[in-house]
Write a new protein. Structure first.
Length: 82
């Protein structure tokens, strides 16, 4: 299932809708989430908790990513999976 879907996240009293897609890799999976034009990948770790992974190859053009917002997105994703 790589079709985009809407991921609703409440953060600081506001409701945000981010475009996301689930990408399956063999026995694992990752969620690709577009956060204000920046793709952030959320993947499960060894304990099946999700972590945000950023691509640092283009650090000069990187926008500031709010770590607390990433935590809220992680909570929503974990709610979908568990």
């Amino acid at each position: 299932m790589e079709e985009p879907f809407d991921l609703p996240v409440e953060y600081k009293g506001k409701e945000y809708i981010f475009k996301a897609k689930l990408v399956v890799y063999g026995y694992s999976h990752k969620f690709h989430v577009d956060v204000n034009g920046e793709e952030i990948i959320f993947e499960p770790d060894e304990e099946r908790n999700y972590r945000a992974v950023l691509n640092y190859s283009d650090t000069d053009n990187r926008k500031n990513i709010d770590a607390d917002l990433c935590k809220e997105i992680t909570k929503v994703i974990e709610g979908l999976v568990h």
